[in-house]
Write a protein that binds this ligand. Structure first.
Ligand code: C5P
Length: 282
């Protein structure tokens, strides 16, 4: 049996340059994986099936279909005839929350089955295949720190960011089914930019310097804060210096400083009945 951690991501910068003819948007983004992950296991089997023993996982059927489709894509691509049981062992990443949950799970399926079936695709091959599954999936095959361009599928690795603690707060609000598409559609072109924020951050990372709040930028912030401004206020009141948006939201994050300061923010939020998490970049 093979076990794979499907790590979540945050966008340290996310700039939208403009709308493309194919309906997608041209973006430039510095992406970073964090130590918040779902866990999937892979075992040989006759057919390709999904299993989830946890009855509290909502929409496990929908999730199963997308993960099996991912396995079928790999099978077609490699002319492999093997089967497998894809099992969701633990679900920790909030869904449709800006943290790349479903894309991370699909990336984990590509990695897990590539190894289980011994089909030997390189990370680069897997990344290319992953672009058929979603814009964030190619990055999540490898993770770490990277620059993404195009619709997000052109990924260049960057030197690893120094381990940085973040407090994550996912507001308990319902996200629409096609949340990302809706956020892109609703984005005011006034929020478009040229990619400067990414350039600034990339040169900072290349110099091995620590992340600073003023280097973090997200085109969706103004739009998303209309719905989650109240929660940003809670984070600030709990001691966060600045509040940022993860992907197209609604998850918020703040640089936590050291463990003690991060834990203090989490504890103060908890006293107000608001769950949050202290995570580290990986
Ligand atoms: O690529 P993914 O399936 O995650 O994207 C979901 C939706 O978000 C797309 O169908 C598209 O409407 C929108 N999107 C976009 N530009 C991007 C990425 C996503 O317009 N770069």
């Amino acid at each position: 049996m093979i076990t794979v951690n499907a790590r979540a991501k945050v966008n340290l910068t996310l700039e939208v340059l403009g709308k493309r003819a194919d309906g997608y948007h041209e973006i430039v983004s510095v992406l970073q994986t964090i130590d918040l992950a779902d866990r999937l296991s892979f075992e040989s089997g006759d057919e390709l099936v999904f299993e989830c023993r946890d009855p509290i996982v909502r929409r496990a059927d929908l999730m199963g279909r997308s993960l099996v489709r991912t396995g079928e894509l790999l099978r077609r691509q490699t002319a492999c005839r093997k089967g497998a049981v894809i099992r969701l062992e633990a679900l920790h990443i909030p869904r449709a929350a800006g943290l790349g949950s479903s894309s991370a799970d699909c990336a984990a399926v590509l990695r897990g089955l590539n190894e289980l079936w011994g089909v030997g695709l390189s990370d680069e091959d897997l990344s290319r295949l992953a672009s058929e599954l979603g814009s964030d999936t190619p990055f999540l095959v490898r993770g770490g720190t990277a620059l993404a361009e195009g619709r997000g599928e052109k990924v260049s690795s960057l030197p690893a960011l120094r381990p940085t603690r973040l407090v994550l707060l996912t507001p308990p609000i319902e996200s629409p089914v096609h949340k990302t598409a809706q956020m892109y559609r609703a984005l005011d072109p006034a929020a478009y930019s040229s990619g400067e924020a990414a350039q600034r951050l990339v040169s900072h990372i290349r110099q091995g310097r620590p992340l600073r709040p003023e280097l973090i930028h997200n085109a969706f912030e103004t739009l998303a804060f209309e719905r989650v401004g109240e929660f940003a206020g809670h984070l600030l009141a709990a001691g966060a210096g600045r509040v940022h948006l993860a992907g197209s939201g609604p998850t918020l994050f703040a640089l936590a400083g050291d463990e003690v300061r991060g834990q203090a923010i989490v504890n103060r939020l908890k006293e107000r009945g608001i769950p949050s998490l202290l995570v580290t970049t990986v």
